[in-house]
Design a protein around this ligand. Sequence first.
Ligand code: DP6
Length: 392
Amino acid sequence: MVTCTAPVNIAVIKYWGKRDNDLILPINSSLSVTLHQDQLKTTTTAAASRDFTEDRLWLNGEEADVGHPRLQACLREVRRLARKRRGGSAEDTAPLSLSYKIHIATENNFPTAAGLASSAAGYACLVSALARLYGVEGELSEVARHGSGSACRSMWGGFVQWQRGERPDGRDSLAHQVAPETHWPELRVLVLVVSGEKKQVGSTAGMQTSVDTSPLLKHRAEVVVPERLALMMRHICERDFEGFGQLTMQDSNQFHATCLDTFPPIFYLNDLSRHIIALAHRFNTHHGCTKVAYTFDAGPNAVIFTLADTVAEFVEVVRRSFPPATNGDQFVRGLPVGSASLPEELLAAVVTEPVLGAVRYILHTKPGPGPQLVDDPSQHLLGADGLPRHCA
Ligand code: DP6
């Protein structure tokens, strides 16, 4: 039995569109920041036993369908690597039989309903746990990619690039670390959770329609992203927040523009997301430089990048702009946030027309490491009988 944890990542150069749907090969490379697991993580326990009569899966305590094709693809790929490895080494005397049935239990330390991307962390965690279980080492981002494209980036900590690759078999479509999580110690992330609604159009279906219908997406993948990637790598390397922040916002905006250019159009941003965008720009204009940068994935939650010295002031601006309806003490979660009093000029220039209760809460986090093995057996999600410990 093995337990691993894996992180969520947020792209600053977005992945949107596949050139191969089965192998999950993207039309463009992408770049992300891995978020810290103290605030957002998936935990997965995988166990194999000759006593198990069937493969079983539990998600947050509820039994779920183990036959999902992407889950099966990850399982198949890990077993293939295990077989390959065993074929080559004679000292593997008593390997875990690959024919044993497996039990998998997985949990998030954040509400799935919050609409925070969980499939990336979920598949990265599954692949990490299965690989450990079968004694597979080395390059695993390719396996995680079979679960969800963005999952390959959650196999690393810090700043991560997923290279689109050129080969039709996808062997070179891999994620690698551009810089570790310690590279930019002042960088902070605020997740503004605005809605618990399920997204209207899932990423997989949405990006397929975009590939089929959006000329802007084609131009983006062929021309815009290659230029932006090189630029973004430089901004990260130089810890240039002005450049990093501007490009992050521009790339988020272009991703949502390709959604609007999709036919029929896809809308992931809502009025509140647009409120937050306008707020961020007023805040930056007031300061005369880029102090905060927003990015949005396939949903209305905002992810804000900023530096540690700006967190308290911006959180206060958000609190004033979206006064919490209830649960005031729970409004800010995650890393501690100091208090800030806002100068009158800033209030007047930035906080216009407050919207009550629109932001449910703010999660304060920072870049963090990649998947981790959990040594402590008391942390296993499955008991000795192979069934979930805290079954719903
Ligand atoms: C908007 O990785 O969820 O978050 O590969 O079909 O599983 P599939 O899609 P998914 O798409 C993520 C899209 C995005 C941008 C990004 O994370 O790069």
